[in-house]
Ligand binder design. Structure first.
Ligand SMILES: Cc1ncc(C[n+]2csc(CCOP(=O)(O)OP(=O)(O)O)c2C)c(N)n1
Ligand code: SF4
Ligand code: SF4
Ligand code: SF4
Length: 755
């Protein structure tokens, strides 16, 4: 029984699939493999569980105690993951790192040392990281480590195993050239010999636990949840938690803001800010999917108290000039290193630098977030720049680096987060949005933040509507009582009650009016009706209700309910993250997938065009509808979000969301640029339909400028069809371009129709 700890994307899982196949195909042994993942979309922990033996295996569960455990990522040792504790007495613990033995000794915690010494564990060290570099394999350490495993585990004669590994490498890599094959063969030879079995000092048997340092700070309920649940779960040790640890969450609620405690430090490079060339446009913060780059405006006092590594410049223009100092804070340990901020910066004021080199910036970020006061006069929901002076209430989520879905959701929380309710369909957004105990949705300093809930894939729209109606009923009942006060109370109370009623339907203004009403009522403890209203004070202000999910939900499985909700005429907002596939489950085609797109269930390219959900919704005539693509037009996205919330009926925003599943050339660093290209060539169109206006339809996309085929060829979800079925690809791609032209012409006609 063997366990391998890897990092998502490092090749550990692939190598283990290969190993189990070699053993299964070439010996008489029975084999079994399970692969365990955490809930992070990238940069997460993977554990491969391999069993093999002479008898049939009847163990449909993960391995608890193994003969061999490998740690492929040294950060798991520094983070204190319980790995060696799962090695049977006398078994092998293989550690891959660039450390000397003394360094390993410093990083390994006392509990692990005691376990090793007391259970005669054979501790083996290997430096596959430098070895891979030295033979030109870059970061690909997996072949070396696989070979070390075969050499140490002795499942089959070593020479035989090496032979099979080499054969597998030859057949996998021959298409890439003989030099790649040779490199892999070299790695296999190296792995079998480059490890070292180290002697265990006697002192390890009595190693003493170190002081755990100062306890984490923050809201007590969150800190408790983080220490009791999040930290063990993050160490992949959640199975050891007693049921009692979950008693405070028996109703399914978890505290907001826990993701801020993870500090995963998974980026290799993170941005460094140049305060001298920056024009303070805040575009970098606007697109950052992970809320790890944020602008702040500091008073003289706040600047004086800031950490030494703080970089800043006087505010160059607009509000706050002459009064505040501007600082762009970056959180290196939360940044995912996607590089999107660098790509969007108009002045090249951001440069990717090694994570280590930016270590001092963490204290700067922490200081800004916790100590620098909001400067309300700089905040503006209607501008790209102003919106970024507001606190993001979605931060450090476990989405893929560069994910578009999170950039949209983060932006919405900056505008409405303190009075917002989200009903979220199952999909990527429920995984990055709410992995139990690590909520990336957070609260402001007053403790207010988005209430987030995940419903079923098939009923999320109805679920959101239900929340809205429940909230509305409570609020309407309270308003009846406030009306009585407005007519009969003392002047101050009556005035506060009237202000509340006058702003009843205006989310932003009603916030302030409700707070003032509460303050006034609290001054009248003897008034019965005041007490009755106060008993429902959380429901007084207007909430911004958002129903969110992917295209698989909105276009397909949840469509019946979505249609019902839009038809209801109620004041809810629907936000669809359109990745044009079911991303969370590996990229199955949806009705949003396009002609020629290769996806699961459409291996030879989808034949029919995508459904126009936007137009279906527009036919009601009383639904606000918009199509947006942040990277194509930052302002238009913001406009649509503001208009949707302001519209007093149902609203639907469909947001184009490039995704890992699209295999964009160059990777997700190009996510926002890809949106721009999609709109410029007419692949995706931007428009808004606002029934509140006399001319309701606005076409925000300009006439396509060509380059449609180049756009398709920039994404492997299309280009692979050219390799696999060249003739069919040509037919489908031509049809796709014609369809895109026809769609744009149709939108132009709609514009005229609604003028
Ligand atoms: C009724 C039902 N069918 C299937 C699933 C499995 N499932 C979970 S997420 C998902 C895909 C979601 O795709 P989409 O709505 O496009 O969101 P994305 O992941 O792309 O953000 C599926 C099929 C489910 N949870 N419920
Ligand atoms: S590199 Fe990506 S995650 Fe990091 S700050 Fe820039 S946009 Fe955000
Ligand atoms: S995008 Fe560039 S210029 Fe604009 S605020 Fe960010 S660093 Fe400064
Ligand atoms: S939507 Fe795509 S990019 Fe975003 S988390 Fe899901 S798979 Fe990753």
């Amino acid at each position: 029984e063997c366990k391998f700890w890897g990092l998502g994307g490092d090749g550990t899982v692939g190598a283990n699939k290969n190993s189990i196949k070699i053993i299964g195909d070439n010996t008489n042994k029975y084999v079994q493999a399970y692969f365990q993942y955490d809930s992070k979309k990238t940069g997460g922990v993977t554990i491969s569980h391999l069993r093999f033996g002479d008898h049939p295996i009847r163990s449909p569960y993960y391995i608890n105690m193994a003969d061999f455990v490998a740690c492929h990522n040294p950060s798991y040792i520094t983070k204190g993951y319980k790995m060696v504790q799962a090695v049977k007495p006398g078994g092998v613990f293989l550690v891959n790192s660039q450390w000397t033995f003394e360094e390993l000794e410093r990083h390994l915690d006392a509990e692990a040392k005691r376990y090793i010494a007391k259970n005669r564990i054979r501790l083996v060290m290997i430096n596959a990281i430098d070895l891979a570099q030295s033979i030109g394999m870059g970061k690909r350490t997996n072949t070396i480590l696989q070979s070390a495993f075969f050499s140490l585990a002795k499942v089959m004669p070593e020479a035989e195993a090496i032979g099979h590994m080499k054969d597998a490498a030859t057949s996998s890599y021959l298409k890439k050239g003989q030099d790649v094959v040779d490199m892999n063969h070299k790695a296999i030879d190296l792995g079998a010999t480059a490890y070292e079995i180290v002697a265990i000092p006697e002192s390890w048997a009595t190693a003493e636990d170190k002081d755990r340092g100062k306890p984490v700070g923050g809201r007590p309920a969150t800190v408790k949840m983080v220490e009791d649940i999040l930290f063990p779960v993050a160490r992949m040790d959640g199975d050891s938690l007693p049921v009692s640890a979950f008693v405070p969450h028996a109703d399914g609620t978890f505290e907001l803001g826990a993701a801020a405690y993870e500090k995963r430090g998974v980026a290799v490079n993170v941005p460094e800010w140049n305060e001298n060339t920056c024009i303070q446009c805040n575009r970098c913060a606007y697109v950052c999917p992970h809320a790890t780059i944020r602008p702040f405006a500091l008073s003289g006092q706040e600047l004086a108290a800031a950490p030494e590594a703080t970089k800043s410049a006087p505010i160059k223009a607009g509000k706050g000039k002459g009064e505040y100092t501007y600082a762009m804070a970056i959180s290196p340990l939360d940044c995912m290193g996607c590089g999107i901020c660098v790509n969007i910066c108009p002045t090249n004021s951001l440069t990717m630098m090694s994570l280590e080199s930016q270590g001092a910036q963490q204290a700067v970020f922490n200081y800004m977030v916790s100590e620098v006061a909001e400067k309300k006069e700089l905040q503006d929901n209607k501008t790209v720049k102003g919106s970024q002076f507001k606190q993001p209430m979605l931060e450090f989520s476990g989405s893929c680096a560069g994910c578009a879905e999170t950039s949209y959701a983060r932006l919405i929380t900056q505008i409405y987060g303190d009075h917002m309710i989200i009903s979220n369909a199952t999909g990527c957004s429920s995984i990055w949005g709410g992995p139990a105990a690590t909520s990336p949705y957070t609260v402001n300093k007053e403790g207010k933040g988005p209430a987030w809930v995940n419903s079923l894939f098939e009923d999320n729209a109805e679920h959101g509507l239900g929340i809205y109606l429940g909230q509305k009923k409570l609020r309407d009942d309270l308003a009846e009582k406030v009306k009585i006060l407005a007519e009969g109370a003392d002047a101050e109370t009556a005035e506060a009650a009237r202000a509340y009623l006058d702003t009843y339907c205006d989310g932003g203004a009603n916030q302030a009016a409700a707070s003032r009403l509460i303050e006034t009522l609290e001054k009248n403890p003897s008034c019965d009706i005041c007490r009755e209203i106060l008993s429902g004070k959380d429901y007084l202000n207007k909430k911004s209700v958002w129903i969110m999910g992917g295209d698989g939900w909105a276009f397909d499985i949840g469509y019946g309910g979505l249609d019902h909700v839009l038809a209801s005429g109620e004041d809810v907002n629907v936000f669809v993250f359109n990745t044009e596939v079911y991303s969370n489950t590996g990229g199955q085609a949806s009705k949003a997938s396009n002609i020629g797109q290769v996806a699961q269930f459409a291996a030879a390219g989808k034949e029919i065009k995508s459904k126009s959900l936007a137009e279906l919704a527009m036919t009601y005539g009383y639904v606000y509808v918009a199509q947006v693509a942040m990277g194509a037009n930052l302002e238009q996205t913001l406009k649509a979000i503001n208009e949707a919330e302001a519209y007093p009926g149902p609203s639907l925003i469909i947001a184009y969301s490039p995704c890992e599943m699209h295999s964009i050339k160059g990777g997700m660093v190009n996510c926002q640029v890809e949106m721009k290209k999609a709109v410029e060539c007419g692949y995706w169109n931007l428009f808004r339909f606002n029934p509140a206006l006399e001319s309701p339809f606005t076409l925000d996309s300009k006439e396509p400028v060509g380059g449609y085929q180049d756009f398709l060829m920039n994404e492997a979800r299309y280009s692979r069809l050219t390799m696999e079925f060249p003739e069919r690809a040509e037919t489908l791609f031509t049809a796709a371009e014609e369809n895109a032209k026809a769609r744009y012409d149709h939108l132009v006609k709609l514009k005229k129709l609604y003028e």
